[in-house]
Design a protein around this ligand. Structure first.
Ligand code: 9UX
Length: 68
């Protein structure tokens, strides 16, 4: 398992946090997701054999947020 912290721009409330967490959690290969509104970032533990960091970033952007 690999862990990455991705900066997220545009989260304004806890529903944003929940939405991003749900989108990331739904990707096959994602094991653990922690999204922080205060820190503006997501910490994701994932199986690098099944998923790339680019796919994680794409999923966040598809949900309507910018990745920093
Ligand atoms: Mo809260 Mo986020 O009303 O797009 S869900 S700002």
């Amino acid at each position: 398992m690999e862990n990455i912290v991705i900066g997220i721009v545009g989260m304004s409330c806890q529903n944003c946090v929940k939405g991003i967490a749900a989108v990331l959690q739904a990707l096959p290969g994602v094991e653990r997701v922690e999204v922080s509104l205060a820190a503006g970032q997501a910490s994701v533990t994932f199986d690098a054999g099944r998923l790339t960091v680019a796919q994680l970033r794409d999923a966040i952007e598809s949900a309507g947020f910018d990745v920093s």
